[in-house]
Ligand binder design. Structure first.
Ligand SMILES: NC(=O)c1ccc[n+]([C@@H]2O[C@H](COP(=O)([O-])OP(=O)(O)OC[C@H]3O[C@@H](n4cnc5c(N)ncnc54)[C@H](OP(=O)(O)O)[C@@H]3O)[C@@H](O)[C@H]2O)c1
Length: 234
């Protein structure tokens, strides 16, 4: 298994859940030392699984190919790719810098392309599964979301298109689209964190896709907080 952006938040929760189920996981982040330290901690917490942390920036195809090679060399196969790494830069278009636009699109959208391309041969060989972490922001736009909404609408479309490309090759493709999750990612709109999803809830949805029998494909999961954001939450 390969999880991009596994060093914190949703990617860390997905990695932890995979290890708890006995999986062998390569998790990535931009800082290789941090990724390796986190992987070592996960493996000691869940000795039935195995984690390796490597540096791979999803904007850099060569680093992703190297991460896939680590998974193939150490584990012999790659059964799943979780396309999770992402950034948010929220600003109205009047204030949205070209640098922020590029960072969001290059990471959230082009990064998904690079991740899938790097892992594709290994996933076709194993009959594996791709799960992208989309967002409800990939179906519903909001003020200040020009870059983020564009990246996530794009990611959801990309995921659906490659699901059609790959299903007859034996590769299952799905997207999990969470609403607000209590990670360090965004404090958009205030209202505290109590009403939000937890990263573990998203991990549960990813594992649901991976555990489904090969003949079934829950290709798009919208995951909302059961309660709405409290009004007047600041
Ligand atoms: N939190 C939410 O409310 C929410 C809701 C819906 C969807 N999502 C999506 O869920 C995903 C994870 O979000 P999160 O809330 O867990 O965010 P987070 O806590 O900020 O974690 C982001 C992860 O992405 C990694 N990352 C960022 N840029 C990267 C790059 N260029 N290359 C490789 N890794 C990179 C970070 O690792 P390093 O910093 O170590 O590189 C980190 O592990 C994102 O795609 C986000 O859009 C989040």
């Amino acid at each position: 298994m390969l999880v991009t952006g596994g060093t914190r938040g949703i990617g860390l929760a997905v990695s932890r859940s995979l290890l708890a189920s006995g999986a062998r996981v390569v998790l990535t982040g931009r800082d290789g030392l941090a990724a390796a330290e986190i992987a070592t901690g996960l493996t000691s917490d869940h000795p039935s699984g195995d984690a390796i942390g490597v540096a791979a920036d999803v904007r850099d195809p060569a680093s992703l190919r190297a991460a896939v090679a680590v998974a193939s060399d150490r584990f012999g196969r790659l059964d799943a790719l979780v396309v999770n790494a992402g950034v948010g830069r929220m600003a109205p278009i009047q204030d949205l810098s070209e640098a922020d636009w590029r960072e969001v699109i290059d990471t959230n959208l082009s990064g998904a392309y690079h991740s899938v391309r790097a892992a594709l041969d290994a996933l076709v060989a194993s009959g594996g599964t791709i799960v992208t972490i989309g967002s409800l922001a990939g179906a519903h736009a909001f003020a200040g979301g020009a870059a983020y909404n564009a990246s996530k609408f794009g990611l959801v479309g990309f995921t659906e298109a490659i699901m059609h490309d790959l299903r007859d090759l034996g590769v299952r493709v799905a997207t999990v689209m969470p609403g607000s999750v209590a990670t360090g990612f965004s404090r958009r709109g205030g209202g505290g964190d109590a009403w939000k999803l937890q990263a573990e809830d998203v991990a549960e949805a990813v594992l649901f896709v991976l555990r489904n029998p090969g003949r079934a494909l829950p290709s798009r999961i919208e995951l909302r907080p059961a309660r709405r954001r409290p009004s007047g939450g600041g």
